[in-house]
Design a binder for this molecule. Structure first.
Ligand SMILES: [Zn+2]
Ligand SMILES: [Zn+2]
Length: 277
């Protein structure tokens, strides 16, 4: 398996001189599992992935949305392969809101917010709303297994685990930690080769000691919670994801260094980084 990071920032795109190293695009990961192209979330990083995929047409992609907050869907109207006939995109999201995934994706492109409607995009698209705990087989050969669990986030969120050929990647974004390690997420992440985790805050930021007030109930975790989950679930490598838009490159580097003291095989997500499993 191979994982490439296209968007690692939380909440809102945050370009500028202070975010050059880690990047300012919002959530999007490309996972290659055998012959399967899997896309995790459609934040603004998806636009860049789309440009890369133009060299590999036609594409068939399996796309999983953690949830439909803007920073996880905003890149979709700018995903060029979705406008092109001959491409196929299978889309999955959690059944956790009053609207289906298709209705929500169409909603962000409704008049007058966007000039082209979802139904006018040329690619063949399918939508599947997932139930918690549902395990599905995907990919051109049906040999990739995707399981899920619900996390702790306003309006709900799904975490995903991808298994293929004895390797595994777990993607847990936008999920606030509890006083104990979440047993459901621990089970989902158990013995994974790679855990990508929402490590938006430092403990000081979360507690409000860094200014801006406490972040309890906002639906995001600290890097300490990520390290605790990684240890409890016996994962091999941890990726700190969903950096706060207020965090400069120096702050993310510091967060990474502090996390490595707790769980040595940790890296802060950065745009363009590739991890081979
Ligand atoms: Zn988010
Ligand atoms: Zn969210």
């Amino acid at each position: 398996m191979r994982v490439k990071m296209w968007g690692v920032r939380g909440s809102i795109p945050s370009p500028g001189p202070d975010t050059v190293e880690f990047g300012g695009n919002t959530s999007c990961y490309e996972v290659r599992a055998g012959d399967a192209l899997i896309i995790l979330d459609g934040g603004t990083g998806l636009r860049l992935l789309g440009q890369e995929l133009l060299k590999q047409l036609p594409i068939e992609a399996w796309m999983f949305f953690s949830h439909v907050h803007w920073d996880h869907i905003q890149g979709f109207p700018f995903f060029t392969p979705a406008f092109m006939r001959g491409n196929t995109i299978h889309m999955y999201g959690g059944l956790n809101v009053t609207r289906t995934l298709e209705e929500t994706l169409a909603g962000q492109m409704d008049f007058p917010s966007f000039p082209v409607h979802l139904s006018e995009m040329g690619a063949k698209m399918t939508f599947q709303d997932l139930y918690e705990g549902e395990v599905i087989a995907i990919g051109p050969h049906g040999d990739v297994r995707v399981s899920n669990a619900r996390g702790n986030h306003p309006n709900g969120v799904y975490a995903y685990r991808i298994d293929h050929g004895g390797k595994s990647v777990v993607y847990i974004t936008d999920s606030e930690h509890y006083a104990i390690v979440d047993p459901k997420l621990k089970k989902l992440a158990m013995n994974a080769d790679l855990l990508i985790f929402d490590a938006m805050y430092t403990p000081e930021e979360y507690a409000g000691e860094a200014g801006g007030g406490p972040k309890t109930g906002w639906g995001h975790a600290t890097f300490v919670a990520g390290c605790e989950l990684a240890k409890a679930a016996n994962v091999k490598q941890l990726v700190l994801h969903h950096h706060d838009p207020m965090q400069t490159d120096a702050m993310v580097r510091d967060k990474e260094r502090r996390a490595q003291a707790l769980f040595p095989n940790t890296v802060a997500a950065r745009e363009g980084l590739v991890i081979e499993l």
